[in-house]
Write a protein that binds this ligand. Sequence first.
Ligand code: ASP
Ligand code: MG
Length: 447
Amino acid sequence: MLAGTAGDVAPRPAPTDSGVLVVAVIVQKYGGSSVADADAIKRVAKRITEARRAGDDVVVVVSAMGDTTDELIDLANRITPTPPLREMDILLTAGERISMSLLAMAIANLGVHAQSFTGQQAGVITDDSHGRARIVAVKADRIRKALAEGNVAIVAGFQGVNEASNDVTTLGRGGSDTTAVALAAAIGADVCEIYTDVDGVFTADPRIVPTAHKISRISYEEMLDMAASGAKVLNLRCVEYGRRHGVDIHVRSSFSAHTGTLVTDRPLPEGEGLMEQPLIAGVAHDRSEAKVTVVGVPDVPGTAARIFEVVAASGVNIDMIVQNVSAAATGLTDISFTLPADDGQKAIGALTDHQAEIGYGSLQYDDQIGKLSLIGAGMKSHPGVSAKLFGALRDAGINIEMISTSEIRVSVVTRADQLDDAVRAVHTAFDLDSSEGEAVVYGGTGR
Ligand code: ASP
Ligand code: MG
């Protein structure tokens, strides 16, 4: 079985009339847990050479080994609590330089030509926001040339260069997925394979729900909501990029030969079943948020606007918002919202500075919360989804603190220490448990 051409995802193109085999171009991305040590790098190299020897043109995007990026961040924080962002980016891009060069060596060792390239060399052009740069163009001439000369091209994930300053940038945590999809779009690859430590996208995190089952096909819209709601298997911006540029993304394991999950909006090929849309795609969870409650807010026009103007001006993105009914006697209400816990101090600081002007009573901060989201495009046309979700949480004795909904998603906030139980209860209530044994987590620390 070829690594790069799983039957139902990227069928090898048929020979043309002249008998010439059409070469498929594939992008393979390997995450940190797939290249965690020397043995892992050799294993991955073998997989890559199999695809190459089958005749495909192969571009590989690689993440830093194991927890390297976290370790580099820890290291910087031991030097200074406020590392300059430009230097931070130079530091972090070193992680991917290590893995890309070692991988190129391992491939060469197997007798296949390989060359590694930094993001800059690969032509990944970004804006200038260090630490969260956006790709503005991919000028992949160098990669095309490397392929034309018969090489496997290895590209460092998660990094690029700003043309105006000539400074290297990083795309934000988990950004190698985006590099892979962007390169796939730029070179017109037939498929972009994202190799990770699980067999694909599951109906819940298999680390929490061992009975979760693999989703064989999912739309960009649902995958976007899964990623935005905390599913870490695919980076949010990579899914956005894939949707915008029509790149099919095959999420699969580097530890098995199983077909994974195809993220696509293409209809199923003729004759491959129904497919009525399943009601629910999956249950995502997120532990990275905190809740701020602004207590005793005057219930008059303009107060909510001021509160969120102040928070926005501090550069903080908020998620859910709940406003209580005001007590008639006092004319005061409470407003709660959630935000990334990492931004908690920023938001609290900004609101404290404006307390007198906004006229609220006090602030409460709570980072012991968890968020569960149920996602499925089928719920657009199906009543009773929220009721069933709340019923499952009631039966599990779990209190709901906040609720928000969209057309294809219902999210609730619970206590952090009840989140795992909540995910399992909801997964079961919506009949998502698989009877085919447990989902396998092959590697990674989940860090
Ligand atoms: N090494 C970077 C990180 O850990 C990028 C990536 O893995 O996608 O966030
Ligand atoms: Mg990583």
